[in-house]
Write a protein that binds this ligand. Structure first.
Ligand SMILES: [Zn+2]
Length: 205
């Protein structure tokens, strides 16, 4: 006898909303930038973070527009600079976020992942940080991970990468977001960057 599985609760709407097609500008995640040192090296290089093409209109010329400050919360480094480029073609402004910083969340991914580790999993050591998330914040993160990951799975299924399609096919119809992460077997930062690359706007949590 198979036990009928209770479908996971619906995810917050903000997690599954792609950028509207009319949107000019937004965030590009630099998937290979997983540490502060690499981020600083790229910032120091005028072309380090310059997108080759405008993600909106495809134009090949983008100029540095400005630098914004973003929470980082590593010891001694509460914030980091994030570069924003402006497209010569459409005027869209694109900020390039290093993958280790979580889009829309106020902590970096290593800390988030440690805080959300399941008791039976090998928990990563909580990294040193300038700020500790409150119990309410961690509860909200855990709730998001336990919510419906169907859109995330669909994003993988519609990608051109056969390994991702296979992962999506092996998931049930109603996976949780954590199940999607577990099936991919990648750190949160990489899953979030991947989802945003495949369908800009879609978030892990
Ligand atoms: Zn453009």
């Amino acid at each position: 006898m198979t036990r009928k599985r209770v479908p996971p609760p619906r995810e917050a709407a903000c997690l599954s909303q792609p950028y509207p097609s009319s949107q000019k500008g937004g965030t590009v995640i630099a998937e290979f930038v997983l540490d502060l040192l690499t981020h600083r090296r790229l910032l120091a290089d005028p072309d380090g973070y310059r997108p080759e093409h405008c993600p909106g209109c495809g134009h090949g010329a983008l100029h540095v527009h400005d630098y914004r400050s973003r929470l980082c919360q590593e010891p001694g480094v509460p914030t980091v600079a994030i570069v924003r480029h402006r497209c010569v073609g459409c005027g869209g402004q694109w900020q390039v976020l290093p993958a280790f910083i979580a889009r829309h969340l106020h902590f970096h991914w290593v800390l988030l992942m440690a805080a959300c580790a399941t008791p039976d999993a090998e928990a990563p050591e909580t990294p040193p940080t300038t700020r500790v998330p409150s119990a309410d914040t961690v509860t909200r993160w855990l709730r998001r991970l336990a919510s419906c990951g169907r859109v995330l799975a669909q994003v993988l299924a519609s990608s051109a990468e056969s390994t991702l399609v296979a992962v999506a096919q092996a998931l049930g119809l109603e996976p949780t977001r954590r199940e999607v992460v577990d099936a991919l077997g990648r750190p949160f930062a990489e899953v979030a960057a991947l989802a945003h690359r495949l369908v800009p706007g879609v978030r892990l949590m």
